[in-house]
Ligand binder design. Sequence first.
Ligand SMILES: *Cc1c(COP(=O)(O)O)cnc(C)c1O
Length: 358
Amino acid sequence: MKRRTIDVQNLLRENIRTITPYSSARNEFSGQAQVFLDANENFRDFFSGTGRNRYPDPLQRELKQKAAELLEVPTSQLFLGNGSDEAIDLLFRAFAIPGVDRALIQPPTYGVYSVFAHLNDVGLSVCPLDDEFQMDMGAIERMCTDDPETLKLLFICSPNNPTGNDINVDDIRHALDIFPGIVVVDEAYQDFSDAPSTVSLLDDYENLVVLRTFSKAWGLANIRIGMACADERIIEVFNNIKYPYNISGIAQETALEALNHQRQVEKNIELIKTERERVVQKLNTFECVVRVYDSSANFLLVKTTDAKRIYTGLKDRGIIIRDRSNQHGCEQSVRITIGSPDENERMLEALEQMEAGA
Ligand SMILES: *Cc1c(COP(=O)(O)O)cnc(C)c1O
């Protein structure tokens, strides 16, 4: 197979291409010493006893090493961000000229892509997923040839939020072959899927950026760490334009600790998948349920007879789900996260009550 190469320098915005990155004290000296008087830190660690008075490693070397082993990529191809949201924002800032360039999004999908597009004054080309929530390749081909000069980012979410399905990998490959800019595959829910990760495509496509996160399967949404895997020239740009200390020491240490408990995480993924199956079966017995979509994630998209009524009914019983009815192709649909067996049972019992008119 022929490798898709790209001219990263040429794709970058002019101001990014020529930027002189901020060089922090911790960047310039990261070795061992007895006295650190280089970063204007306080000598006193008032409360923690764990060195919270010191700035954290700006490049998160120790954590990055372990995370790279997990994802089976070299550390030079891995960026760690303040949530995957940071990587999404950096993609806009690095590649899309405000007021000129565009990003291609495929609703129904994760709302952050369009929010950051607006924030960065980048236009959107909208190419909805088809009836089966797969990519409309004919429309994407047309958009790629219509105005290739300004089309800089394509967002593919797989498994997709809020629909839960994997995107066909052949379509992803085809998009990688024809898209004029950077193709972003957001794999926030990959750990719950049986489909292979597109991280393995990095060797074939220099225009690919794969996003992963500690927020879902790793149970660490609170510490805000996301990952981006890409060609090392792209990762270098991210490192040059991120906030200097984008991930706190507390977060880095917590993630490192989590990586020592991989087996526990894997077992939990299996539990969530088992629960997912059980909840699907049960939901399908309800009259208010029109369709439960196949899910490769830790949530279910459920088409109902009346999404608002179900959302409100559950809310009145202390159970919060997400009404996704306003999303393209998601009429009368709600998104339900798979919780603990007990939480799922309570949700199902509440639905039962509502169906019984109680
Ligand atoms: C939850 C989620 C993320 C995770 O974002 P973080 O900033 O890493 O917490 C990314 N993409 C999608 C589609 C998500 O649903």
